[in-house]
Design a protein around this ligand. Structure first.
Ligand code: ATP
Ligand code: MG
Length: 199
């Protein structure tokens, strides 16, 4: 399966989500940034950094795509079985995210919106749902991920959040909800992948 994780805006959780998915599916990552922290965490067999052409024929891969859509990204976005768009729920991010959705839709309709760093008291979440409805995007699947240190610890532990959770102890207790969030995302990815819908 080819999975894109993209947003125009930085700091939305693309790389963290991409790495957790890469460990979960045992896939490699293609990143389109000249510098990515991933190079400190993945070996050459699991990471390709390129701002040029992206090889076709990569069957099992996560694309970590930041910035605008370049001509090199277009085919990978079209081929992707699913395009995940993570964003932190604040007005400025939602505006950029609406632009990102509008740019991806002509290439690929299998979008999953991932509101990220959600806090229990997030009042902006309802405003987000209203905004998505206003723009006609309330039909897109939404899979929120809560705010958790687990996202940072993927990089230090080199394990999925689910693995860290399963080890028990304090992390086991603390990470059970965020681990469920990722399991929901993975289920949704697998469901969309098995549906033979139009891209
Ligand atoms: N659910 C979350 N809870 C808490 N912190 C998070 C969460 N998701 C991401 N972060 C933190 O937010 C920061 C940005 O995340 P990340 O680097 O994955 O974003 P990005 O979209 O790839 O950014 P960039 O555009 O710089 O590549 C990191 O410090 C990361 O640990
Ligand atoms: Mg990144």
């Amino acid at each position: 399966m080819e999975i894109s994780v993209m947003n125009f805006k930085g700091g939305q959780g693309k790389t963290s989500i991409a790495l957790n998915l890469a460990y979960s599916f045992d896939y490699g990552i293609v990143a389109n940034e000249t510098y990515t922290v991933l190079k400190n965490h993945l070996d050459d067999n699991h990471l390709l950094i390129t701002t040029d052409a992206i090889p076709s024929g990569l069957d099992d891969v996560i694309y970590d795509f930041g910035g605008g859509i370049t001509k090199h990204m277009t085919d990978a976005l079209k081929r992707s079985h699913v395009v995940i768009i993570p964003f932190v729920v604040e007005q400025a991010n939602v505006e950029v995210t609406i632009e990102a959705i509008n740019s991806v839709l002509p290439l690929n309709k299998n979008i999953i919106l991932v509101p990220n760093k959600i806090k229990a008291t997030d009042k902006d979440y309802q405003i987000l749902l209203d905004t998505l409805k206003e723009f006609g995007f309330d039909h897109l699947p939404i899979c929120p991920i809560r705010s958790s240190m687990a996202l940072q610890n993927i990089f230090t532990e080199h394990k999925t959040i689910e693995q860290m959770q399963a080890e028990g102890g304090l992390n086991g207790f603390n990470y059970r909800k965020v681990s469920e969030d990722f399991n929901n995302l993975i289920k949704l990815i697998n469901t969309i992948n098995t549906m033979k819908g139009d891209k």
